[in-house]
Design a protein around this ligand. Structure first.
Ligand SMILES: Nc1nc2c(ncn2[C@@H]2O[C@H](COP(=O)(O)OP(=O)(O)OP(=O)(O)O)[C@@H](O)[C@H]2O)c(=O)[nH]1
Ligand SMILES: [Mg+2]
Length: 197
């Protein structure tokens, strides 16, 4: 059974742990390269248009945003990495923000990592997978923007990523997704239901 999201609320934005909303609910976070479709994914699975702010301009999500789902699950939209024009200062701030988040003793159960179907897994994605694995958090790779390529290309990319990540034991699922067509929404809701039961 997929999770039925009846209620989704924005809780708050934060840059450091002292600002995080205290909660012990199972927490899922959405990570990935800048502009890979994280915020759109969050909106699609909540069936909301503007819960998380999305944008054509990469680097739109700059703080950690906390959402409360059905009053019992926590979703977290984190800023993307790998934005081409990032200064050293901004990229250090990003590192601190994410490391603090991962080390913050919250009930983080799983990461959804958005990977643009036209790009595949890049160096920074691998770094993020390694970092998340080091905290022993489960990883779900969500291949986003599937509506932008042919059916053949979709499955080719899925196979490629499956092969590349064969030895990463924290990677539990690799799914094709499009927030535009709704493909794969149900798969994500099923993953969440299974984990948060
Ligand atoms: N065609 C198509 N476009 C998408 C899809 N998902 C996201 N986009 C577009 O891609 C752009 C970036 O989407 P966001 O959801 O804001 O991406 P993000 O990963 O949250 O970006 P940052 O917060 O900047 O890191 C927007 O113009 C979206 O409309 C999709 O499934 N299909
Ligand atoms: Mg975003």
């Amino acid at each position: 059974m997929p999770l039925n999201i009846k209620k989704s609320d924005f809780v708050k934005s934060a840059s450091k742990p002292s600002q995080y909303p205290p909660t012990s609910h199972p927490e899922f976070f959405f990570a990935g390269k800048s502009n890979s479709g994280k915020s759109s994914m969050l909106n699609a699975i909540c069936n909301r248009k503007k819960l998380a702010i999305t944008s054509k301009t990469p680097g739109r999500t700059q703080l950690i945003n906390f959402f409360l789902i059905n009053d019992c699950i926590s979703f977290v939209d984190i800023p993307g990495y790998g934005y081409a024009n990032t200064s050293k200062k901004v990229s250090n701030a990003w590192n601190d923000m994410i490391l603090n988040y991962l080390a913050s003793n919250r009930n983080i159960v799983s990461m959804f990592m958005a990977v643009d179907i036209r790009r595949g897994i890049e160096e920074l994605d691998t770094k993020m997978i390694n970092l998340t694995s080091s905290y022993n958090i489960d990883i779900n790779i969500i291949i986003t923007k599937a509506d932008k390529v042919s059916k053949a290309k979709k499955f080719e990319m899925k196979r490629k990523i499956e092969n590349e990540l064969l030895n990463y034991k924290n990677v539990k699922n690799i799914n094709i997704f499009s927030s535009k067509s709704g493909e794969g929404v149900r798969d994500i809701l099923e993953i969440i239901e299974k984990i948060s039961l």
